[in-house]
Design a protein around this ligand. Structure first.
Ligand code: 3H9
Length: 683
């Protein structure tokens, strides 16, 4: 018997009912899915022949969570709780059959089922924390009852997607069934449940693991302390911890009430609103209006990288990590050996930390080869140039590539600021040239700016965006301008920060304000980390800037033990009297006098200058949409995601308010500063 439901079907096969949900793309728990669950389970329960129910999903995944687009809108019946109760409190066993990702509300539904089976490739998790939320459908109460409080803290505050084998080991799954045979495996499991007359197991009734946690109340304080740095500024991790504490200390129903109260507070708060915005902004960034989704792609089976320095090596690791062979080309054996050794040592550190097996490391290293001969790049599908920022050098390399690399390949430059059009002018096929700007360390940072030149083809853009996703990056399209989206905005901030040094601020005053706002570090700490001598030359330096003087004195950043800050042996930064002296001297020489600058002024001038530049970037069409700018700053520069990004932040304050403030700062913003027309005209 087959019954059609609003988002799926109920099929009865002898004494087993199969409720199959179908709600593309990810089977999110929208109103129709909840209705389907309630109706489908109730029908199966009412059917006299049915003795067990299998809940399965069509398409690429099991239920991937609540429908995030419904948050903030009036609730529509039935609620998720109703659907869960129909399952958990029903009188027939329900078996969740999981493939793809069972996440958030989707996993919370699975936890209400009496048994759970999955294919080995499946993953389960409660990732709500990444949306500034907590699992609000019983996840914080049920999960610890199976895995214990300590593991629940890790899994929920980390928002981890846990592999099926690990879920099985923790008791979250009852059985793994062969890949590709989920339905057959789930039916066989259901058969066992019926034949062995297994009980209706309800997670809510488990207490053993909670008793064990009650004997160690210090667990929570220790966890908070150990993770204080990681959770800095975020509200959701703390709320998740409180819920798990409630699971340990309170009866189930009371724990559920705590969870509900804290969930409602989070979902209405500014942090979750910003993080949900960031979730959709990231997905939006991959869509380019004039590059259709079906644009033919170059199949990237082999990658060439020119330059085995820090950047080249880091970029190469991204491809080896996903099984794509990479060849790195250098000009000297020494540089090549050094580059390959750095990659090996980076992988070695990951193995030491237990995040990669030695076997997997060797497999990745096997995919990485080196050469001194550019001819080796002839059969590459994608070549990425990652040498130092010198236009003449880059053009010479591209001219050579043009003669060597097979037709149809994509030729990319990792420049962080140079004109991609000029680089493309060195080849006879400018349509193949695209910018792929990775951020340092390139094997870690998630952002990839894909830079579209005037002649870049749709295929080159689509291939760069697609391969970016495959190597785990968040790719954002930028037009050509100095610094592209990210560094151009960074420059606007740096100009204000530098100007304020001449008005009486010290680097650590400015860094502190931006750190307290939620940035991982301020501009001066960042310069020290990158190295002050980046783009600086001892031969031409004439003590014209504070940086010049610092570099001339050998204070070139963290690597020399001193820059804007002094560094101790553990690389801890300390305010520096030497730097203070240099700045004071500069102020006197240039006739500047000191004035009191408030933290508010520091913050506003830095951030509003960024917003202003971002508005120009948008108006010029360098960024496709405001949210792309936010994606760049969140993923490439550590803008706190709970504040959405500079453009989202501007909208929360009101663009007109920002324009008014900028006008009020007037000449302080600098002789060349102009309020962006879009900001000026904002209502
Ligand atoms: C929750 O469950 C709260 C409960 O605890 C409490 C409730 C009371 N809703 O990422 P993709 C869209 S909170 C709506 O590109 P992939 C997405 O926008 C939720 N839409 O695919 C995109 O749309 P478009 C907890 C969603 O294969 C399309 O689906 N769950 C949702 O790379 C494809 O997405 C999560 O946090 C959603 N929940 O990755 C899981 N999910 O095509 C969030 C996706 O128009 N989702 N969309 O751009 C994910 O992590 C990934 O989407 C997933 C698939 C891993 C599932």
């Amino acid at each position: 018997m087959n019954t059609s439901l609003p988002a799926g079907t109920l099929r009865i096969e002898g004494d087993i009912a199969v409720l199959a949900i179908q709600h593309p793309p990810v089977n999110a728990l929208s109103q129709v899915v909840r209705e389907t669950l309630v109706k489908g389970i109730a029908l199966a329960q009412a059917h006299s022949a049915v003795r067990a129910i299998v809940l399965i999903c069509e398409g690429r995944t099991f239920l991937a969570g609540a429908d995030i687009t419904e948050f903030g809108k009036p609730p529509q019946a039935p609620s998720l709780f109703e659907a869960q109760d129909v399952i958990e409190l029903g009188h027939k066993p329900v078996i969740a059959a999981i493939h793809g990702t069972s996440l958030g509300g989707g996993f919370e539904v699975a936890l209400c089922c009496h048994y759970r089976v999955a294919v080995p490739s499946a993953k389960c998790g409660l990732p709500e924390v990444h949306l500034g939320l907590l699992p609000g459908a019983g996840g914080t109460q049920r999960l610890p009852r199976i895995v214990g409080a300590a593991k629940a803290l890790d899994m929920i505050t980390g928002g981890l997607h846990v592999k099926a084998a690990d879920c099985l080991a923790m008791g979250l799954l009852d059985e793994l069934v062969p890949e590709g045979q989920l339905l057959a495996g789930a039916l066989a499991f259901a058969r066992k449940v019926i034949d062995e007359d297994r009980p209706l197991r309800k997670v809510r009734d488990l207490d053993e693991k909670m008793r064990a946690a009650r004997a160690h109340p210090e667990l929570f304080a220790d966890f908070r302390k150990a993770n204080a740095r990681k959770f800095r500024g975020f509200l959701a991790p703390e709320y998740n911890i409180r819920c798990i504490e409630a699971a340990v200390n309170l009866p189930f129903e009371q724990g559920m009430q705590t969870e509900r109260k804290l969930f409602l507070e989070l979902v209405a708060g500014p942090q979750s609103i910003a993080q949900r915005y960031a979730f959709f902004a990231e997905r939006q960034a991959s869509k380019i209006p004039d590059v259709p989704a079906d644009t033919p792609l170059v199949k990237v089976a082999k990658v060439g990288i020119i330059g085995a320095g820090t950047m080249g090596g880091g970029i190469a690791m991204n491809f080896a990590n996903v099984g794509i062979p990479v060849v790195m080309v250098e000009t000297s054996q020494e540089a090549l050996d050094r580059g390959l050794a750095t990659v090996r040592s980076n992988y070695g550190n990951t193995v030491k930390r237990g995040r990669l097996s030695a076997d997997a490391m060797e497999k990745r290293l096997d995919l990485l080869t080196g050469s001194l001969d550019m001819q080796i790049l002839a059969d590459c599908d994608l070549v990425i140039e990652a040498v130092f920022e010198d236009m003449a050098v880059k053009k010479a390399i591209f001219a050579k590539l043009d003669a060597i690399v097979k037709p149809g390949a994509v030729l990319a430059t990792n420049t962080s600021a140079l004109d991609v059009n000029e680089i493309a002018s060195a080849v006879s096929r400018p349509e193949a040239v695209v910018g792929m700007h990775f951020f340092s360390p390139a094997n870690v940072m998630k952002l990839l700016e894909v830079v579209r030149g005037a002649k870049t083809s749709h295929t080159a853009i689509a291939t760069a965006m697609d391969i970016g996703k495959k190597i785990g990056k968040v790719a954002v399209l930028s037009g050509v301008c100095p610094g592209f989206i990210g560094n151009r905005i960074l420059r606007a901030r740096s100009l204000q920060a530098q100007a304020m040094l001449m008005e009486g601020c010290m680097p650590w005053d400015i860094d502190r304000v931006l750190y307290d706002f939620g940035m991982p570090m301020g501009p001066f700490a960042m310069s020290d980390l990158a190295g002050l001598d980046l783009g600086w030359s001892a031969a031409t330096s004439q003590s014209a800037t504070i940086r010049d003087v610092l570099c001339e004195k050998g204070r070139r950043g963290q690597k020399t033990g001193a820059g804007y800050y002094d560094y101790d042996a553990a690389r801890q930064a300390q305010p520096s009297e030497v730097t203070r002296g240099i700045i004071t001297d500069f102020m006197q020489r240039s006739g500047h006098s000191r004035r009191e600058i408030s933290d508010t002024e520091i913050l506003e001038r830095c951030l509003f200058a960024m917003v202003n530049e971002a508005c120009d970037i948008l108006a010029e069409g360098i960024a496709l949409r405001a949210s792309d700018i936010d994606v760049v700053w969140v993923n490439g520069y550590g803008w706190p995601v709970y504040r959405g990004g500079p453009m989202h932040y501007a909208d929360t304050l009101g663009r007109a308010t920002i324009a008014a403030k900028l006008k009020a700062y007037g000449p302080l913003m600098g002789a060349h500063f102009k309020i962006s027309p879009t900001l000026e005209n904002a209502q």
